[in-house]
Every structure is written in structure tokens, then in C-alpha cells.
Unconditional design. Structure first.
Length: 154
């Protein structure tokens, strides 16, 4: 007597193949996102050029509309450096509205760290970066607007 093999259900095979294909696509998408390279911000044309205080006031007035307008756009912000924060691998530059405490903060690209470190509090500068958007902090009672991939505008 031989051992009889039970036929494998066709649906089980299809489900396993589908799961494998979806898993491979997911891995591909995750790899693409984590290895994505951005063009140097210096080489990208800005969508907007604004004064730091005007930008802060626009977000304070209606942050939903301002986020819709500026989020994920390249923006040149002109203003006075009020604070420099050294982080682990980057330098953050702040421009603050001293009357409300609201601020714009820029995280610099790795290749532009030396320029950012050369800035002093009180310097008037133009900084170009990708706006991540703004939000109101109920705890701090201030509006904050963040930028990534920043570089000095020349």
C-alpha cells in the first residue's frame, strides 16, 4: 500500500502566492521610501519667499489654510536668527516672534551644516527649506512651523 497524497487546494496556493506578491511589493515600497534621495535644496526653485514674522502670523491666523498653502513646498524665509540649537547630527535654527513666542525652526541638510554653524544669534538671513507644516501647541500656547532639508539662501 502506497501513501496517497491529498491534492493541495487550489485556493490555498492562490492565497499563498498573493500574500507573497503583496509582501514583496511592500518590501519594495519600504526600500524606495527609506533610500529616496532629495535634490539639494539650494538647487531647487522656491515656491514662495516670505518674511519669518509674516509666515508666523499667517499660521497663527489660520494654520489649516497655511498648511495647505505651504506644506511640502520649498519656501525661502527671511528673518533674524533668534536661537541656534545643536542636535546630534544637525543644527536647528529658530526665528521667533518675541511677542507671541511662536517660531519657525529649520533643520539643515548634512552638507550645509558648516554654514548653519557659522550663523550667530541676531544674524539676518534667508533660509530655504521644505516646509513640513505648522501646528499650535496648547501646552506652550505657541504656533511652531518646521522646515526640513534647509540651506542658506544665496
Amino acid at each position: 500500500m502506497g501513501v496517497e497524497k491529498k491534492p493541495v487546494n487550489l485556493w490555498v496556493k492562490r492565497i499563498l502566492v498573493t500574500i507573497t506578491v503583496i509582501a514583496l511589493l511592500g518590501v519594495g515600497v519600504i526600500w524606495y521610501i527609506f533610500s529616496e534621495k532629495f535634490t539639494d535644496t539650494v538647487d531647487v526653485t522656491a515656491d514662495y519667499t516670505v518674511n519669518a514674522l509674516d509666515l508666523i502670523h499667517e499660521f497663527e491666523k489660520d494654520d489649516a489654510a497655511a498648511n495647505k498653502k505651504y506644506a511640502e513646498k520649498i519656501v525661502v524665509v527671511n528673518g533674524r536668527v533668534t536661537e541656534i540649537e545643536a542636535a546630534d547630527t544637525t543644527v536647528n535654527i529658530k526665528m521667533t516672534d518675541t511677542t507671541s513666542g511662536s517660531y519657525v525652526i529649520f533643520a539643515f541638510q548634512q552638507q550645509h551644516l558648516a554654514e548653519a554653524k557659522s550663523l550667530q544669534e541676531g544674524d539676518s538671513v534667508g533660509i530655504k527649506g521644505s516646509c513640513s507644516g505648522g501646528a499650535y501647541s496648547k501646552i506652550l500656547e505657541t504656533e511652531f512651523i518646521t522646515f526640513k532639508r534647509a540651506a542658506l539662501n544665496k
